[in-house]
Design a protein around this ligand. Structure first.
Ligand SMILES: *Cc1c(COP(=O)(O)O)cnc(C)c1O
Length: 413
């Protein structure tokens, strides 16, 4: 029995099985590569699901974590720290939020959504509108905004008064949102839903509907934020044609912000929204702790100093062009922006493709039966991406063979 097999057997005995059987036991990482506990190397094209912004073992993160650990790890929210204040200021500035805006820190994406829901309740309204195909997290409030039936039904009844509308359908949004709606909650690109972008026109319409009805516009940038799409935040793409980008009222962040250290954040745009939560109405023990805040500051510095916004756009476009340029009939299109991409297949090959890729040393994610999600570290190079693109047709062959063998076990390959 290999070290990995031993650990997987012990995993199955000692953990609650919500994630199924893990694919690998990973022991260490460096840059865009990770190694399993048997010493095999993989190119990490998933980045811990859009978390490992700077890859693994990045010197700036190691330095920030070490320095902060040597100074102070935790202090409770009776107190603040230089890192916490500085991070709040940086996020408000990067988001283009107006004077009077403010930040609430927490530890995860779902917690950021919970805070956004509580902010929305303070409008005095309770109706929420979310999109079909959405994913906003697994806590009970966030789950109420998550459309997937399999995630929801074992835990019903959930928070009531949530209407789901077809994504990217302006008319449906106009019909669903009324003067009783507390908030419209949308991902600018649906991540778990298969990397499906909202059109800029849809986001503009959502802003307009929110303004007309007095509902808050909550944009969930937990997966799309922090340079993932080549803008600091995906919503800023609405300004790419020269117009002013639209502003949400509330923006939720997590995943990539801490570069691997858990952190979530909610940005409340403007004095009015920020003032909806008053002392005593919300809280957290760990949220905004100096370790997470100092690490997030290091992530933001590296994105800025390393010119990563331009890099992400360039290598993301390179990846999409290279994959589409294969002209493989099994590949329908590449969706998404920057380094949040889905390779959409014409057949239900994604799970088998992920297995074939893993066996060949690539970590990818079958986000849907016909879609592979890629969300690699933002520091990945075009050359590293090309190693995967070159291998892709052969991996698709392997995936097709294994799928056919499974469907028809007697057939010769
Ligand atoms: C991952 C994700 C969440 C949930 O974040 P957790 O940290 O897993 O709670 C919420 N919204 C979106 C868009 C996400 O991608």
């Amino acid at each position: 029995m290999s070290r990995s097999q031993d650990l997987l057997a012990r995993y199955e005995r000692s953990l609650i099985g919500v994630f199924g059987v893990p694919q690998l036991v990973l022991a260490r990482g460096d840059g865009c590569y990770v190694w399993d506990s048997d010493g095999n190397r993989y190119l990490d094209l998933l980045g811990g699901i859009a978390v490992n912004t700077l890859g693994h073992n990045h010197p700036a993160i190691v330095a920030a974590v070490s320095k902060q650990a040597s100074e102070m790890l935790h202090l409770s929210n009776f107190f603040t720290s230089p890192a916490q204040v500085e991070l709040a200021e940086r996020l408000v500035t990067l988001a283009g939020a107006p004077d009077g805006s403010g930040v609430f820190f927490c530890n995860s994406g779902a917690e950021a959504i919970e805070a956004a829901i509580k902010i929305s309740r303070r409008t005095g309204r309770t109706h929420l509108v979310a999109a079909e195909g959405s994913f906003h997290g697994r806590t009970t409030g966030a789950l109420a905004l998550t459309s997937k039936e399999a995630y929801r039904s074992p835990f019903e009844p959930l928070l009531p008064e949530v209407t789901f509308v077809p994504y990217n359908d302006v008319d449906a949004l106009r019909t669903a949102v009324t003067t009783d709606t507390a908030a419209i909650v949308l991902e600018p690109i649906q991540g778990e839903g298969g990397v499906v972008p909202a059109s800029d026109a849809y986001l503009r319409a959502a802003r307009q509907v929110a303004d007309e009805t007095g509902a808050l516009l909550v944009l969930d940038e937990i997966q799309t934020g922090i340079a993932r799409t080549g803008d600091w935040f995906a919503v800023q793409h609405t300004g790419s044609g020269g117009a002013d980008p639209i502003r949400p009222d509330v923006m939720t962040l997590a995943k990539g912000l801490g570069g691997g250290v858990p952190i979530g954040a909610v940005v409340a745009f403007g004095e009015r929204v920020r003032g909806l939560l008053t002392p005593g109405q919300h809280g957290t023990t760990f949220g905004g702790n100096p370790l997470a805040a100092a690490t997030a500051l290091a992530v933001l510095d590296q994105i800025e100093d390393g010119g990563l916004l331009g890099h992400v756009r360039a290598v993301g476009d390179h990846l999409a062009a290279a994959v589409e340029g294969l002209g493989d009939p099994r590949i329908q299109q590449v969706r998404g922006r920057g380094l949040l991409r889905a390779i959409v297949l014409t057949e239900d090959l994604a799970p088998a493709l992920a297995t074939a890729a893993r066996e060949a040393g690539f970590i990818i994610n079958p986000v849907a039966p016909k879609a592979i999600r890629l969300a690699p570290p933002l520091i990945i190079t075009a050359e590293q991406l090309d190693t995967f693109v070159v291998a892709l047709p052969g991996l698709l062959d392997t995936a097709q063979q294994s799928t056919r063998t499974r469907e028809n076990p007697g057939a010769r390959p």
